[in-house]
Write a protein that binds this ligand. Structure first.
Ligand code: URA
Length: 234
């Protein structure tokens, strides 16, 4: 946490004195609320606007997004709505990117950050970070599928997957799948190779982060202190 006037001066655009004057003149808001107190303590990732224009955060930003179907997990793609389009204007030009991808038709937990080293650590194949998906399939998942996933499925093109976990839910038409790598369309291809194509896919966990079911599809929020702690201890 740092003083608001210091945070503004830290951008190099204003001296500390000018920053104090800006705040006192009512031209600054913090997290959407006007603030006239230069001594107010703000988080380095807090959204600070001067005359309605965001200043870059002084610390990296970590957001949890509940990705809806129909948007792509990239920062820009012609003709497509991206996950960045779901964020407010203040989050457009601060280097945010999704740590890992979800297919366009998939839903669920996506971590958006501008902390490259952290994302790299979470995504590095050798980190084997668990990803858990809720899936629905065409067919009935059974003990053979559970065993196949536990042993490591070989995909249609001969690619071998690391052992994962499949926990069918009663009736076998839905399940939780855990994988520790991130091959292209991996879960869909694993279950397709078992003859049980995926009809719905939602990521519910990414490493130590659990999707906040209080977030409606398309909504997002900054990670809370507890989540930051577990992400950094990963
Ligand atoms: N596996 C898939 O098939 N799709 C995803 O989006 C993520 C994992």
């Amino acid at each position: 946490m740092e003083r608001l006037d210091k945070r503004l001066a830290g951008t190099g655009k204003w001296s500390r004195k000018e920053a104090r004057e800006l705040v006192r003149a009512g031209r600054v808001s913090v997290e959407g609320v006007p603030c006239c107190a230069p001594e107010r303590k703000v988080d380095g990732a807090a959204l600070v606007l001067v005359d309605g224009v965001p200043i870059p955060p002084s610390e990296p930003v970590y957001l949890m997004l509940h990705k809806p179907a129909g948007v792509v997990s990239s920062t820009s793609e012609p003709g497509e709505r991206t996950v960045l389009d779901l964020l407010g204007e203040a989050y457009q030009n601060i280097g945010l990117f999704p740590a890992g991808r979800l297919d366009k038709d998939a839903e669920g937990l996506l971590l958006l950050t501008n902390d490259g080293p952290l994302a790299h650590r979470l995504l590095a194949p050798k980190s084997h970070v668990d990803k858990v998906y809720y899936v629905e399939v065409d067919g009935e998942l059974d003990g053979e599928d559970v065993e196949a996933v536990r042993a490591g499925v070989t995909l249609g093109d001969g690619t071998a997957c690391l052992p994962g976990e499949l926990e069918p839910l009663p009736g076998g038409r839905a399940a939780y799948v855990t994988i520790r790598e991130g091959k292209y369309h991996q879960v869909k291809r694993m279950l397709a190779s078992q003859g049980k194509p995926v009809t719905y896919l939602k990521r519910v966990r990414f490493g130590p982060l659990v999707l906040d079911e209080g977030l409606a599809k398309g909504d997002w929020r900054p990670l809370n202190d507890r989540e930051l702690e577990v992400v950094f201890s990963q």
